[in-house]
Structures are given as structure tokens and as C-alpha cells.
Design a protein around this ligand. Structure first.
Ligand code: KIV
Length: 293
């Protein structure tokens, strides 16, 4: 088994200038593969609402849903640094609720930390969670839980004032105790400026190549989510195509009588078939009984 990924491990990687790798994950079989590939950080993202449950946004996702997914991922990936994504309304209502909900990720799913969306307004939450011993990854730029405020899935920080706000928010979150910050869908210049000023790992999802690490949503990079593809996604596979091909081949095999073949059938034990025929000959079938009447 590999060395467990911890915050000091991530800080060392950053200090050495080695990129930190991160993917989302929602289930056990995918977690097994990510562990095998030795991904540094796994995010059990509330994007599960869109990629797995088919909702049009992440807003319907609840803590109970997230805990179930985080537990499954932890079972498959014991070595990765596991982050539970705080879903909508799990940390916005009060600091107390935020601590209780973040604590559930740690206690019930053995997460290593949590992620929450938002800038300076959430500094008190970050401070309280950190004080409770819960590592927090901030999330700035495009924050999907604020979709209604942002007017859709749009890149952020594209003008100077908005970019400056992202840079300032990152400094505020770091000061409040965040151990890392995720930057989503901002120009690479903003990613570079935030990373240059920060003393903690800055992870990019659509924030360009200058950050300390990169994140992609697993269903996007595997070609397993068709609703839309953000500009920042690189597809490394076409799972949709592969799976559809497999389904069609199965349907055709069944229709043509090619499946199941002898290799998919359980043989009777030696000599038992003859005995079965004898037994059946002795006990009249219901059809024979019917004919006799
Ligand atoms: O839920 C998630 O997967 C995320 C990413 C979009 C960054 O928060």
C-alpha cells in the first residue's frame, strides 16, 4: 500500500514544484482505480448531483447523499487525501451547522478534510472548522452553488476588478486557515497571481497551468457525462461510446441466440442428468395430468 497522502505530503509536493493531482470520485469501483493510479486528492464533489443523479444543478444534493458516497469512496481509496464537498445549505445557515456537518464527513466517512464554496463571507466558517480540527479547502471563481447569482456556468474573474476580488478572497481564506484553495474557471493570469501570492496549495479546475495542482471531474475526463462539456475539460476516454457499444453488442447477442453460450451455463453433476430423467418420468407433469382428464 502507498504512503497515506496528508497535508504535509501535499505541502512537500508544492515546495518541490511537483504538481498535485486531484479527481472527483463518487463510488467504490472508481475509487479502487483512482487509488491504484495513486491520485493525491480525491474530491467527493456535490457534482454527483449532476453526473450521477441527473439533476440540472448541484443544489438538490444533501448531506446524507454525500456521506454515503464519501463512505464508498473511502473504502476504495484508503491512501488518497479524501475531501468531502459541503453541499448547498450545509454550511451557509450557521457556523454551528457548518461544524456539525463538516464533522460528519470526518467521523462517518473518515474524510481528511472538507471543501466549501465562497470567499470572504465564509472566513468565519473556515476559521471555526479549522479550530475544530477540520482541514478546509476553499473554492473560488465559478462556484456552482451560486449559479443563480452568477447567471449560469460562466468563467469568473475576467475583468480586473473581478480578478482582484478573487485574489483578495484567496488571501482572506488562507488567513482564516484554509489548507488549500480550489480555483474554478478563471483566466490563467488569475490562477498564476493567486498561486504566486499563496503559501498554501492552489488547485486549478479551469484556472490554467500555473497552479500547484489540477482537478477534473471524473465523468468529464472519462467521457461519461454528455449534458455539457466545459472548455477546461480534456477527455481521456470515451466511456459513453464504449458502454453503448457493449450494450448494443449484448442486445444483438441475445436476439441472435449467441448469448448465453455453453461457457456461461452450469453443468449438471456427473450422472445426475440420467437420474433427473428417471425422477421426472416417475412424476407425471401437470400437462400430462391435464390431458388424462
Ligand atoms: O462538486 C464538484 O465536483 C466541484 C468541482 C466542480 C470543483 O466542486
Amino acid at each position: 500500500m502507498r504512503e497515506k497522502v496528508t497535508i504535509p505530503y501535499l505541502l512537500d509536493k508544492r515546495a518541490r514544484g511537483e504538481p498535485i493531482t486531484m479527481l472527483t470520485c463518487y463510488d467504490y469501483p472508481m475509487a479502487l482505480l483512482q487509488e491504484k493510479a495513486q491520485i493525491d486528492i480525491i474530491l467527493v464533489g456535490d457534482s454527483v448531483g449532476m453526473t450521477v443523479y441527473g439533476y440540472p444543478s448541484t443544489l438538490p444534493v444533501t448531506m446524507d447523499m454525500m456521506i454515503g458516497h464519501a463512505q464508498a469512496v473511502r473504502r476504495g481509496a484508503p491512501g488518497a487525501f479524501l475531501i468531502g464537498d459541503m453541499p448547498y445549505l450545509s454550511y451557509q445557515v450557521s457556523v454551528e451547522e457548518a461544524v456539525r456537518n463538516a464533522g460528519r464527513f470526518m467521523r462517518e466517512a473518515a474524510c481528511d478534510g472538507v471543501k466549501l464554496e465562497g470567499g470572504r463571507a465564509f472566513a468565519p466558517v473556515v476559521r471555526a472548522l479549522t479550530a475544530a480540527g477540520i482541514p478546509v479547502m476553499g473554492h473560488l471563481g465559478l462556484t456552482p452553488q451560486s449559479l443563480a447569482m452568477l447567471g449560469g456556468f460562466r468563467a469568473q474573474g475576467r475583468d480586473a476588478a473581478a480578478a482582484a476580488r478573487v485574489v483578495e478572497d484567496a488571501a482572506v481564506l488562507e488567513e482564516a486557515g484554509a489548507f488549500a484553495i480550489l480555483l474554478e474557471a478563471v483566466p490563467p493570469e488569475v490562477g498564476r497571481e493567486v498561486t504566486r501570492r499563496a503559501g498554501i496549495p492552489i488547485i486549478s479546475i479551469g484556472a490554467g497551468p500555473h497552479c500547484d495542482g489540477q482537478l477534473l471531474i471524473v465523468h468529464d475526463m472519462l467521457g461519461f457525462f454528455e449534458a455539457f462539456t466545459p472548455r477546461f475539460v480534456k477527455k481521456y476516454a470515451d466511456l459513453n461510446g464504449l458502454i453503448l457499444e457493449a450494450f448494443r453488442a449484448y442486445l444483438e447477442d441475445v436476439r441472435q441466440g449467441r448469448f448465453p453460450g455453453p461457457e456461461h451455463c452450469y453443468p449438471m453433476k456427473q450422472g445426475e442428468l440420467e437420474k433427473l430423467h428417471e425422477l421426472l418420468a416417475a412424476s407425471p407433469s401437470p400437462q400430462k395430468e391435464e390431458k388424462r382428464k
